[in-house]
Design a protein around this ligand. Structure first.
Ligand SMILES: CC(C)(COP(=O)(O)OP(=O)(O)OC[C@H]1O[C@@H](n2cnc3c(N)ncnc32)[C@H](O)[C@@H]1OP(=O)(O)O)[C@@H](O)C(=O)NCCC(=O)NCCS
Length: 144
């Protein structure tokens, strides 16, 4: 497995969005136990991206547009592809995309276990820990 083989694209049709959703189902609903109603929150107005290894989708993320910032979320990499640079490729792509859309600030709610991943990409924690879907999180932000 090599992140150089990975291609990140905007999931701009139903087939690609469905690929993203299948990863999210496996990672957030099945692996982490997040309820489906929370998992799908805000999806209609989001921009979705997927990481492809050949024809296979191995990671995904989304941007939910807000007035003053882009909210990054649903960052997920298939378990067997983790720690190979796929998440970083997805995050770099989505930050560039947010900047292209005119945003100057990215915000996310990081699961605490993933804070180190976002710190490495220049995000800083803000405020106290809180629970979302019974998982501890912290708000993080970065200038774009
Ligand atoms: C969090 C997640 C997206 C990271 O993806 P990944 O492909 O494993 O990350 P990468 O391999 O691109 O890692 C990039 C860097 O972050 C580091 N990193 C990755 N996961 C980390 C973690 N959980 N804690 C600390 N550092 C981490 C890597 O070591 C790497 O560091 P390096 O540049 O010094 O080598 C992935 O673990 C995942 O999908 N987890 C399950 C879903 C989830 O919890 N998503 C986050 C919701 S907020």
């Amino acid at each position: 497995m090599n992140a150089d083989e990975i291609r990140v694209v905007v999931a701009d049709d139903d087939r690609l969005k469905q690929m993203a959703y299948q990863i999210r189902r496996r990672v957030f609903i099945e692996e982490q136990g997040v309820p489906e109603s929370i998992e799908l929150d805000d999806d209609g107005r989001a921009i979705h991206v997927i990481a492809l290894a050949g024809a296979r989708a191995v990671g995904c993320a989304r941007i939910v547009p807000h007035r003053d910032y882009a909210k990054i979320g649903r960052m997920a990499v298939e378990r067997e592809w983790r720690k190979h640079g796929v998440g970083r490729r997805l995050l770099d792509f989505i930050l560039r995309e947010a900047r292209t859309l005119g945003y100057r600030r990215a915000v996310l709610h990081a699961q605490l276990h993933a804070e180190g991943f976002y710190l490495k990409a220049g995000f800083k924690p803000f405020g106290p820990e809180f629970d979302e879907a019974a998982i501890p999180h912290r708000r993080m932000e970065r200038e774009l």
